[in-house]
Design a protein around this ligand. Sequence first.
Ligand code: SF4
Ligand code: SF4
Length: 477
Amino acid sequence: MYDPKSPKAEEFIDHDEILETLQWAQENCANAPLIDSILQKARARKGLGHREASVLLACTLPEKNAELFALARQIKQDFYGNRIVLFAPLYLSNYCINGCVYCPYHLQNKHIPRRKLTQAEIAREVVALQDMGHKRLALEAGEDPRHNPLEYILESIETIYSIKHRNGAIRRVNVNIAATTVEDYEKLRDAGIGTYILFQETYHKQSYEALHPTGPKHNYAWHTEAMDRAMQGGIDDVGLGVLFGLERYRYEFAGLLLHAEHLEAACGVGPHTISVPRVQPADGINPADFKDSDGLSNEAFAKIIACIRVAVPYTGMIISTRESGAVRARALELGVSQVSGGSKTTVGGYAEAAQGGDAAKDTEQFEVSDQRTLDEVVRWLMELGYIPSFCTACYREGRTGDRFMQLCKTGQIQNCCHPNALMTLEEFLLDYASPVTRDLGEKMIAAEIGNIPLEKMRTLVQRHLGQIQAGERDFRV
Ligand code: SF4
Ligand code: SF4
């Protein structure tokens, strides 16, 4: 029944295969020779299969777990260096016809105010986001063909890309909207989106159906096969994610890797990113009501991140402001390569906050744990030794899908990431940073230029930094 190449959700996310994987992992959780051989394989940086990675996740041997964490840190360093890419979510509308029981936007919630931004309001949000320094957004909207049809999403993307406020610009719009048709994905591709993101929420079909009792999202196969349709529609970069806490995390972890393996086997390219959200409190939502609310400690969460890092080294990993600064700091060390900063999970929250208001608060999708401003997040990253990056270069240079993966696998992408991080950080420092952040950042850039190995590239970056200081913007390699 299990077939990674099958187009059918229940065959590439095969329940029995997951159960057998979990059983095998449990039987071998203290099998030192086997765990050694899996770690050895992971050291070759070619990734691991779902069975092998599940053994690492189940491993109970403290010294082997220490090796796993050390390896995750090393792979993170080798593939992503000390750069962290920043983005912000932009909520367009909280109208939704689905019944997801973990989300306050579900249709049955009659007391949450419903709001959908007009194009003028989107423009105000984008100006506020640009004034913070953001260049990369993740669009969020509930599923509602009447209020949020695809035409609305497409028009919104056009609005977002069209706003050029002072030196600001949104250069990459990733889109997180409901599963849709190949034709709709083609339209999203033509609108110039970056990554299409869709969280699976849970891979456990029975739980999935219970957690999504009503609305089109109830259809497990339609949702789970969405990435295949997105790729058929010409979207090269897709982002997976599980809402950890809904189901037993080891089940979700195995499901996530089965999905990644399926995309590689059936579409020729694995996921561009994996997000690791956890269920958070929200209006009428208590994380303790879900199955794995007790099982998923911060320690287990960190181990999931380490295991994803060694299993799929080429896939970017994303963590949001759902998590506290302390959890995010650990996640960055172990494998996360992108974080959101200064986020509002409300509809219209950025423009209101810019004017000192908080009226959109009651439209919040979940509570933001990390409440710091983008400037504070940037400074914090630098204090931890990371280069905050506002880079959006790859998809704008046509480096997507298997072309991108090829550059990742050969390590060549680093020759682009590091210079782009420095140049986009310089833009941020000049246009948006507080004096103390700017001071720290300038010192970091001066020190990091020397870490560009190719002399030609070093000279080019130095020249572009001078041009940025003279007022020019948007250089990339
Ligand atoms: S998770 Fe998404 S689809 Fe479900 S209720 Fe919330 S907004 Fe709607
Ligand atoms: S160069 Fe490409 S992979 Fe590197 S940070 Fe920029 S967009 Fe990401």
